[in-house]
Design a protein. Structure first.
Length: 255
């Protein structure tokens, strides 16, 4: 009986009793996004980021005091690092682009010379030691797998303030746009982020009935080669929903 009680207490310790704030929070339903969840608490927020299989990948808290196991506190947003230029529209929309101090590979950030001049480049493939020296308050990035070779998995294991942004897993345009709410929570601009999202959603839906798109070709140059999105890609799906005839290279069916 004592052994059974010991096992039960160990099973629930740190997940039930110490995570009472999380249990007392309320989930905020998403409109389209499937790879994050927001939970509102009286004192702040919890954020869940999901994996490709839609299982919990990381959990964060903002403004909530707790002793929850495997929940990372996010405190400061003064020195932000970003691993992808796809985060720039979210940051720009919320007026927080000025908080970015480090980027991962400046050559991948196009058309923003002033931004590139004032930020530090930590390299395309930085190691953990270089990340630690940068002293970022939050590093926004992504994790493709749980392998210990994955940079963001390594940083998570040492409790570095990494925030995973998995908007690239979303299959529709509005689902990706909805990730602005994650940034809104982190930068204490949730109401502003929801208003921005509603504006974009309304405008996007109004364009669905528009027929001014005809034949469209999208290509991106990278290291001397041009890449065209496939019929399963996010860009193809978005433009097709707007009535465009998206031109594909022969046999191009994948992302």
């Amino acid at each position: 009986m004592k052994l059974l009680l010991f096992i039960i207490l160990n099973f629930f310790s740190g997940s039930l009793f110490s995570c009472e704030p999380f249990l007392n929070s309320t989930v905020v339903n998403n409109s389209y996004a499937e790879y994050f969840r927001l939970y509102r608490h009286d004192k702040g927020w919890f954020i869940d980021i999901l994996s490709r299989e839609k299982s919990l990948r990381s959990r964060y808290s903002i403004g909530v005091k707790h002793d929850c196991k495997d929940v990372k506190h996010l405190n400061s947003t003064e020195a932000i690092g970003i691993a992808s230029s796809t985060y720039l529209p979210y940051l720009r929309s919320l007026g927080t682009l000025k908080n970015v101090t480090h980027v991962m590979g400046k050559n991948n950030f196009y058309g923003i010379s002033e931004f590139k001049q004032r930020t530090l480049d930590i390299g395309v493939n930085p190691n953990v030691e270089r990340i630690l020296r940068s002293k970022m308050s939050i590093f926004f990035g992504y994790s493709l797998n749980d392998s210990t070779k994955d940079l963001f998995t390594q940083l998570s294991l040492i409790n570095y303030p990494v925030v995973l942004i998995h908007e690239f897993l979303e299959e529709t345009a509005l689902a990706r746009v909805e990730w602005i709410k994650v940034f809104g929570v982190i930068f204490n601009k949730y109401d502003e982020s929801t208003n921005k999202y509603k504006e974009i959603e309304k405008k996007f839906k109004s364009e669905l009935s528009s027929k001014y798109f005809k034949n469209v070709l999208i290509a991106q140059e990278y290291e001397g080669a041009w890449y065209v999105p496939g019929s399963n890609s996010f860009l193809y799906q978005m433009l097709s929903s707007l009535g465009a005839n998206v031109l594909l290279s022969e046999g191009k069916k994948k992302d």
